[in-house]
Design a protein around this ligand. Structure first.
Ligand SMILES: Nc1ncnc2c1ncn2[C@@H]1O[C@H](COP(=O)(O)OP(=O)(O)OP(=O)(O)O)[C@@H](O)[C@H]1O
Ligand SMILES: [Mg+2]
Length: 405
């Protein structure tokens, strides 16, 4: 890890978007992702508010020599055309591509009246009517040109689609009959595209707080992202987390307090968003924890404050929409049980049967538990053969939010 900068005042943003110059502790993970991109495309899943978008934007803002990285959030793209338009728009606006390539891409589009910049990282681009029926043709042709230019200049391109799971779900839900087929087809066509025109020069990063597996299992053909490797972001390491805690405390007009920063680092599991809310709690109450137990109490109070101010939508709100009613109820029971203590699968099955007042299928409980593992809320502790919450801070927040005993 590279050295940390000197301690300085940093203001709380509480989810409002951190200044990229204030982001530390992500160099190693970004370096690992660049290395992995040499050989394959990637998908990143971590729970909500973990720092995925921040890290990806940081990555896009400082690519290593020879790489171009285009970031966009595709959460609101509810059709394949829109997804392709967003992507072509990004390429067309990026100044490192030659005038010729950008002009060529523009030729797939049409004038769309007064341009509205949808978002800072986005671009306005609309496919011409002819291509709206066959958007993949336009996309493939455009990418072939981009590829040729990358080849000539010996460069490589990474396209980041943040919140891709939401986009795919919207395509799936656009029509009860055709939607699932369109979503499956989108995945297969993108896979074919990766194989046909992207070669080693164009890679993708698909990111989201909800694992793609939730949507994949509901599609007629689920195997189309097998060539994309899953990578984790993880929390901040203790040293950068402590650095951030000290800076945030200074930003609140407090003195430099390394001991308090260490307590906050541990209780927050190194998740910057949680850390920020704990510092906000200390600042608002004027009470700083002096022990690990007191730091847990600060976490609980911070969790309450997050909800009261609706600064944090419910921890698993987005994930909820990916479960059927029955599965969601079961997921709640699993998360509640594991918030109290780690358990073996057999223990979870037993508790589920008691709570639901009926016999339950072990495979059903296993599949829901494993989905929560894939979304990185839970983990399987192999030596102990027990499931447990992956991040202690999220366990604590869940415990507080659900008013568990
Ligand atoms: N390295 C960091 N340093 C300081 N603050 C950070 C860092 N990473 C994240 N944050 C804080 O956490 C907030 C959430 O980060 P971000 O939006 O990147 O998370 P996310 O995983 O993309 O969340 P979501 O799943 O809701 O899209 C940021 O707005 C910022 O306040
Ligand atoms: Mg995000």
């Amino acid at each position: 890890m590279t050295g940390l900068p000197a301690i300085r005042r940093i203001d709380l943003t509480l989810g409002g978007g951190v200044d990229l110059d204030d982001v530390v502790g992500r160099d190693d993970v970004i370096a690992n992702w660049w290395k992995a991109l040499e050989t394959r495309s990637l998908r990143v899943t971590e729970p909500r508010r973990f720092g995925k978008s921040t890290t990806l934007k940081l990555m896009a803002s400082r690519p290593p020599a020879g790489w171009i990285c285009l970031y966009n959030t595709v959460q609101d793209a509810s059709t394949v055309e829109r997804l392709i338009e967003l992507t072509l728009g990004m390429i067309q606006e990026h100044t490192s591509f030659s005038h010729k390539v950008r002009q060529k891409i523009r030729s797939f589009g049409q004038a769309v009246g007064p341009k509205v910049e949808v978002q800072k990282w986005g671009a306005t681009f609309e496919l011409a009517a002819d291509f709206r029926k066959t958007p993949f043709h336009a996309f493939e042709a455009a990418l072939a040109d981009v590829h040729a230019e990358l080849e000539k200049k010996d460069q490589r391109l990474v396209i980041v689609w943040d919140e891709f799971t939401d986009c795919l779900k919207k395509i799936r839900d656009s029509d009860p009959v055709a939607g699932p087929h369109q979503a499956a087809e989108t995945l297969s066509l993108f896979r074919a595209l990766r194989e046909r025109v992207c070669g080693r020069r164009i890679r993708w990063i698909l990111s989201g707080s909800v694992g793609l597996h939730h949507v994949l299992r509901s599609l007629p053909n689920a195997g189309s992202v097998n060539d994309v490797d899953t990578v984790a972001l993880g929390p901040l390491e203790p040293e950068p987390a402590k650095w951030l805690a000290r800076c945030l405390l200074l930003g609140q007009g407090r003195y430099d307090e390394p001991r308090l920063a260490a307590l906050l680092t541990k209780a927050s599991s190194g998740i910057p968003f949680v850390l920020e809310h704990m510092v906000a709690q200390i600042s608002a109450s004027g009470v700083a924890p002096a022990t690990e137990e007191e730091a847990q109490r600060t976490l609980t109070l911070a969790a309450d404050a997050m909800d009261a101010g609706e600064a944090m939508v419910p921890l698993l709100e987005r994930i909820r929409t990916y479960y059927s009613d029955d599965d969601w109820k079961a997921a709640l029971i699993i998360l509640d049980e594991l918030a109290a203590k780690p358990r073996k699968l057999s223990g979870l099955v037993e508790r589920m049967a008691t709570k639901l007042g009926r016999e339950v299928d072990e495979e059903w409980v296993r599949s829901i538990t494993e989905r929560l593992v894939e979304d990185r809320y839970l983990m399987f502790d192999r030596p102990a053969l027990r499931y447990t919450w992956l991040y202690g801070a999220f366990r604590g927040i869940w415990h507080a939010k659900r008013r568990l005993e």
